[in-house]
Design a protein around this ligand. Sequence first.
Ligand code: HEC
Ligand SMILES: [Cu+2]
Length: 403
Amino acid sequence: MRDGKVIAIAAGLLASVVAPGAGAHPFYEFPTPVTPIAQETLFIHNLFLTIMLALFIPSAAIVLYSLYAHRKSRGHVAAKFTRPTTPKQWVFVLLPFAGLVFIDYVILGIPAFHSILAIADTRDPALTVRVTASQWKWQYAYPSYGIQFTSSLSTPQDEIDGKAPPDKHFLREVDHPLVLPTNEKVDLVIASDDVIHSFWVPAFGIKQDAVPGSLRETWVKIDKPGVYRGQCAELCGVGHAFMPIVVVAKTPTDFAHWVAAEQAKAAATRAAASQTFTMAQLMQRGQGVYDKICAACHQPTGLGIPGAFPPIAGGHPFAASPALIANLAQRGFYRNGDVVMGSVASHIGIVLHGIPGSPMPAFESQLSALDIAAVITFERNSFGNHDGQPVEPATVESAEHDQ
Ligand code: HEC
Ligand SMILES: [Cu+2]
């Protein structure tokens, strides 16, 4: 690299450190902490950094000074070191050692130990929220309020494909954010439906793995209303970059209003399950569900990804591992090298329960009967499929109850 280029890059880096844009954080700074854990973490970090700098700068200065002042050309000769022998030498060795032990285990150790215990202290929460990760979205449930919803990426496909300019919150925007009250201790019980994911919101100071087959707990007590963004922090497959976390913190009063509105919505969804819908209504709703949830794997074109995700379009060839093919054939969705449309009953079964042992997820707890009916109607009448028959939510409901 040319010197000029190196200097330009160094100047750019320096400028970003010392002169961040108005209101922006320089890159080395933490996001403003809004929970006790995040505050403690930042405190320990700053304490650590201050002590390290206070030790490092004088010692480095002494070393550099000695190198310069006692150089060979001035006639200095190297000293011969032995182990400490005089009491004075012992003091010079043991005192710094004791000092470091004290800094490590007392000055830093006590606050660090305190915060590690505090992170694990999920006793007496005012609210418990279940967080379930799956490829590639989050599901949030509030068991005490009977509210449950999925939260998936809402960045438009055109922006992802580079056909539209990226928004300020590119890949960090979701359809249904996690809503939490401020000033109340919220217990987050974290689980995974498939592989390991990780729930990470920097402003909360927490990063908790979601491990299949086990429950992990952490807690937050957010002190300021606002929008806090995070990410899945564990590489979890091709959609890993597409499962952001958005938390909206509301004052307890606003939170109560939100709960009431969500409960009303849930009641309306339950009522919808017993209504009948026209083909057009189901197709429109189904397209929305498909684009949001199924297209990640089966693709917006319905043609899937060779070897991994089968096409939804019937009559298209699909080659994959014998286990995947056997699952499809057994359910009536595969014949002579092609994916075909199986029966409605089998289609409902696949969407409700997923295909165990494959990436096809179970949607029973994530989608309403209406959404499942709509997406099945859509799949059976799009991408060149012409079933002609609407699938009504009542059919899905009765399949659900037959288990
Ligand atoms: C995480 C990826 C993923 C998502 C999301 C997903 N599927 Fe699948 N799906 C699969 C895989 C993989 C298979 C094949 C599994 C096998 O053969 O064992 C499959 C198979 C199917 C099949 C049977 C084969 C076919 O192509 O017709 C249907 C029907 C289906 N999925 C519907 C859906 C619907 C509806 C949704 C959205 C509500 C959806 N899938 C979302 C991965 C996914
Ligand atoms: Cu993930």
